[in-house]
Design a protein around this ligand. Sequence first.
Ligand code: ISJ
Length: 352
Amino acid sequence: MARFGGLVASGLQDVTHDPSALDSSGFWAVCADFEGRTVCARFSSVRREEVPAPVPGAWRGPAAGEWATSLDRDAYTAGVRRIREHIAVGEVYQANLCRVLSAPLSEAEPGRADVDALTALLARGNPAPYAGTIRLPDHGVEVATASPELFLRRDGRTVESGPIKGTGRTEGDLLEKDHAENVMIVDLVRNDLGRVCATGSVTVPDLCVVEKHPGLVHLVSTVRGELAEGAGWPELLTAAFPPGSVTGAPKSSALRIIEELERAPRGPYCGAVGWVDADRGTASLAVGIRTFWIDRTGPAPLLRFGTGAGITWGSDPEREWDETELKASRLLAVASGTFEQTGFEQTGRTVS
Ligand SMILES: C=C(O[C@@H]1C=C(C(=O)O)C=C[C@H]1O)C(=O)O
């Protein structure tokens, strides 16, 4: 099954790794790993249904102390300093440095932990505009996202992206440097979309709008274009994936630096999670941030979650580490099941 906001898809029909299927017919759930593995799953039925209330005990998440990180504070801050060296020699302007947190997943019965039960908790503890779930354990996809970020929306030939860059606890935390970071990524996304859009059609209707999300604020821009004749999903994804906001600029250099510094695959984190309605010509794919996934490839199942930050010349290593903690803390509390008792009032006031 798959769930996106108030839509639920069921009745799995077929699964493919070939994105040209998204130009055919039917309703598809899409999960693309940052590393490029794309799973497209067609469902026979889509209905409107609000996310149900959490069932007590249905999700058993890890306690706060059970999470291990692919980069600890020392390794992460050393990575930030290394990126500043790359910037100093002119190799890159910005690179997004991420770490992946992992914790053992306790299951009453093997194979039974249910990402949709986690989604019910997330919908209340951390509502998000691009929240979604894809549960296809036989195809290696068990993902629950609380993403605030639009990777690609489509309505016919119109395509839109909503890159985020700039994060703070409150609006007052946002600095000039956050605007500069955002504009760099907007330039990159304009360039990405420009490769598959009609000449002159790419515009930036919104630049650096402040959006409030649970526990934090972001700067969000919108880039829009009209797909050129002959360009379909394969061309669009080749031009725009992985998303510019979670790579950096120039994208190819940023990808090399990420490969050098990060120690764990990002998986669906920083990839794309969402749906394509090929019959109506509409789609909404989130950037897979604020995203949990179950990894059953090892001897015991793990719950994973990624967090990261855009690094520029103006970055302070400790502040960037704190930003990764800020992005993770509320969501980890929700997934551990402790959030509603201890965190809701406090964090709710911070955003209002
Ligand atoms: C990498 C993450 O966030 C990305 C980096 C941001 C920033 O640097 O301000 C904001 C949103 C995302 O594009 C994350 O949330 O894990």
